[in-house]
Ligand binder design. Sequence first.
Ligand code: CA
Ligand code: CA
Length: 474
Amino acid sequence: VKRRRLSWAILLVLASASRTRAEEEDYAPEPIGASVTEQDGVTLYEAILPGDLVDWARMSGGGGDASMVLLATIERDDASEGAVARQVWLWSPGGSGVLSQVGGPLSDAATHVMTLPGEKVGQARILVAAGPSLLGLGDHGEWVEVFTDDFDIFPVRDQRGGPPREELLLLRSLGAVQALRINPGDAVLRTAWQLDLPLMVDREWGGLRLETPPVSVGSLGSDSPLRLMVGPEVQGMRRIRSTLIEADGMGAPEVAETWNMLSSLEEVEESWYVEYAGAPALVVTTLLADKHGVFEKKKLRLFSLTADRTRAGSGPLLQTITRTRNWYRTCAGIADVNGDALDDVVSAQPKGLGAGTLWVEAHLGSGDGRFASKPRGSEIAVEEGEVCSLAMDVTGDPTVDLVVIEGGSVLVFPLVVSSEARAVVDPEPRFRVSFETLSESLRPFDPADRHPSRLVVQGRTRGKRQSVRLIQFP
Ligand SMILES: [Ca+2]
Ligand SMILES: [Ca+2]
């Protein structure tokens, strides 16, 4: 780090000597590697990669110290040489941080990395999805196919975008979801169970494209049954189908179809599966389907997901209009902000035509599926706070926090939990962690039952290197 600072210092002197040069020429690419620093009141772990990050996964280690497995492109001088190769890296952020290569180069068919606990305690397997193949490391560090499917394979994340439960490897492919585990007898990957999923037809591209709706894992603790949510699938602009899958142990999972009904012809813009009042629920934002007013504001709805054989669809528990114009993104989550042990719905909404501020609103639940007539609200000065999350607890209290990306900074606003308060968050963030650049991605590093979760963001360094950052808030 010292050497880097020194070289930056030299470069800064050079820069001031020749001010006409473009700023991007002033910084040489930083060395590949890992570092740990204290910055802006947080502990910041950073890995600098030679190529672009494609995917990452958390890997549990012995003693509770988790590592991160990264899949990145390989920097090449000769870009015309066909497919860009990819490389897996193992990053152990603890101590001063170690970044090491795993296995040999992969083709650009490699799109995802995943991990699965190994046979021994503290051991894990690193797996790479490349089209319909799952690759694992052979005895000599070479990538070998350990599993194959009929269609391309994708890992399933939890509903916050974080790591799912660890005992099974959950994979989604076209029209199916399956759970793999390592067979204790011969250490071979076997399918524990497989379920067919609905197929949706997408006509957007002039032809027919078959798609499987998104699959996510519920963020209940490891002592609860595994729950997966498939959807939402909107049918005929009024009804929303979600498929709930519950798997207890290794046996065949139970499947329940749930239906919800929008009160008018609406198009679903954003959706989040949540746990509300101890049961699975769905939050969506919508816009009117028949008229697209330029200044139309997004609608917010909360539905409970209950099995429904009639398929009529239950109406929303909560329906409200946001302060956000139709072209901005919002975020929503569940928390108890008045401390009555009943869940409330919180959402963050970019406000105004230019989204110059963020309106944070809480609807207080009264326990019988109803809500207080008047919501709580706070207006905070966040410029274009579109990339936000209300799904993670990063401060450890363990209420979810409002985490927002504003330019190159991560802002954390813990929710105000009080029976009397009118505000939902304080006007100033408790943390403001600033970087050279930040991508539009906020994901938790730790599983949902761990409080606090560390936060994963990515961006570019001054020397334009790919940087992956793990932020640990005190
Ligand atoms: Ca409450
Ligand atoms: Ca918190």
